[in-house]
Design a protein around this ligand. Structure first.
Ligand code: GLY
Ligand code: MN
Ligand code: MN
Length: 454
């Protein structure tokens, strides 16, 4: 059974950890996402704002989480007991039987208080009256300014009212702060419960890649393979993909964000699939590349093994204290030496390695943080040469995804053209090294060919 649940107490701990970093007399505002119109009166499948979800676990649109950090003059006992000092408040859609018949159930403010472990809850109908009172007389205000213009306008209107209400005893916070960096740092280090979900998301996604390999043969269309993947996700509890699945055969595999997925798959081509499930809000992000007819050609096998060797070299460097720059150096060196050996790069090998000559064909970054977002939050601490020097710590999860893309225009022998290969796994930093979360998506040529031979 997949573990798809985070306990209420973990959400409360997250809010308390954020509150602990805020100064006394401050308030933080974290809005939920809004529904987005697809066309006329239909909406895209709702996706909750990930910061809001991280702090609340609340699934509905049009809500607002308010965290109030109390006064430092509260008694030591109150502070110790977290009583009346810090408060979590939720504004959410009011219950409305008529609307719920048409649009679906709502939790409502009354039930939300216990279900989500909040000190106070209000209906949205009370927002205009009540929200200014939570901001009034605070010294600092934290929110993600610029994320949503309508929300910004509402907050600035409230600040104006408070500034203009000195005679009524109102006062506005003197300082505004961006809440995002604090939340990004928290989200970057995953808890045990988050890791359980990410392991499950990876297992479901790995099974989907297996299913795609078994299904694929010449004459199938890319969208038919995508349908197999989405079926495997949804029928195992992950209703949606974490991002638009990339299913690209032949030269389509050399287009990095190819999501048209409309072409027929041809004998002799490779198929690149970059697809991961979203489970309980958390993303998997896995890429596999395999031959449409089940058997790698010599050229495909040579390049595939090179990408695989570079990925294994990069993964081997991952441990606490290491960083993306070190992993990148390892992958680049393997790719550059291999491309030179195959005659795709020519020149002095030491110079080629020094200048990372493989980047001509490995045209994107090695990887990224992974979590609630596929390209997850967290500072990479880049230097002026864009080397990502942030030290890895236990609990960080990242992708490692080297690739080679040789399109029809490339200045290489004909036999290498139209080959796009990427191999992407999800790696957790552990106390002593790393754990590869992507355990069941076949990766070696022998594993892939044997699975596809049925
Ligand atoms: N699926 C997007 C990426 O690999 O970064
Ligand atoms: Mn990725
Ligand atoms: Mn990917």
């Amino acid at each position: 059974m997949n573990k798809t649940h985070i306990d209420l107490t973990e959400y409360q701990q997250r809010r308390n950890r954020l509150l602990a970093q805020m100064p006394a007399n401050s308030v933080a505002l974290i809005p939920a996402a809004k529904e987005v119109t697809r066309s006329r009166d239909t909406e895209f499948l709702f996706c909750q704002d990930k910061d809001f979800f991280y702090l609340s676990g609340f699934h509905e649109p049009d809500a607002l989480l308010v965290l109030v950090k109390g006064d430092a003059s509260d008694t030591a006992e109150q502070v110790a007991a977290n009583v009346d000092v810090n408060e979590s408040i939720l504004f959410c859609r009011d219950k409305d039987p008529q609307a719920e018949v048409w649009q679906g159930r709502r939790v409502g403010p009354e039930a939300a208080q216990d279900e989500y472990g909040l000190q106070h809850t209000y209906g949205l109908s009370e927002l205009e009256q009540v929200l200014p009172m939570y901001i009034n007389a605070q010294q600092s205000l934290f929110f993600a300014q610029g994320q949503d213009k309508t929300f910004d306008e509402m907050i600035f209107a409230i600040l104006d009212i408070l500034r203009n209400g000195v005679k009524q005893g109102f006062s506005a916070p003197a300082s505004l702060h961006d809440i995002r960096p604090m939340l990004a740092e928290m989200r970057l280090i995953k808890s045990d419960a988050e890791l359980d979900i990410m392991r499950s998301a990876n297992e479901i996604s790995g099974n989907a890649h297996q299913r795609a390999m078994k299904f694929t043969k010449p004459g199938k269309f890319e969208y038919q393979v995508e349908a197999e993947i989405l079926h495997e996700f949804a029928s195992n509890g992950a209703r949606t993909a974490a991002y638009g699945s990339i299913v690209g055969g032949g030269e389509n595999a050399t287009i990095l964000h190819y999501t048209d997925n409309q072409d027929v798959l041809l004998d002799g081509e490779l198929l690149l699939i970059d697809a991961g499930a979203e489970l309980c809000g958390y993303a998997a992000d896995i890429t596999r590349t395999f031959p449409v007819n089940g058997k790698f050609s010599d050229e495909q096998a040579a390049l595939y093994n090179l990408v695989l060797e570079s990925q294994l070299a990069a993964i081997a460097t991952i441990k606490p204290g290491s960083n993306f720059a070190i992993a990148n150096d390892a992958a680049n060196e393997v790719l550059t030496r291999g491309l030179h050996q195959l005659g795709i790069l020519s020149g002095d090998i030491d110079e080629l390695v020094a200048e990372n000559a493989c980047k001509q064909y490995f045209i994107h970054g090695l990887g990224h943080w992974l979590g609630l977002d596929v390209h997850d939050v967290g500072d990479y601490q880049m230097d002026e040469n864009r080397r990502q020097l942030r030290s890895f710590e236990p609990g960080m999860v990242m992708t490692i995804e080297p690739g080679l893309y040789i399109d029809a225009e490339a200045d290489v022998e004909e036999r290498w053209k139209g080959i796009g290969i990427r191999i992407e796994d999800n790696i957790l930093v552990t106390a002593n090294g790393h754990e590869n979360l992507t355990v069941n998506a076949p990766k070696t040529i022998a594993e892939i060919e044997s699975l596809m031979a049925g």
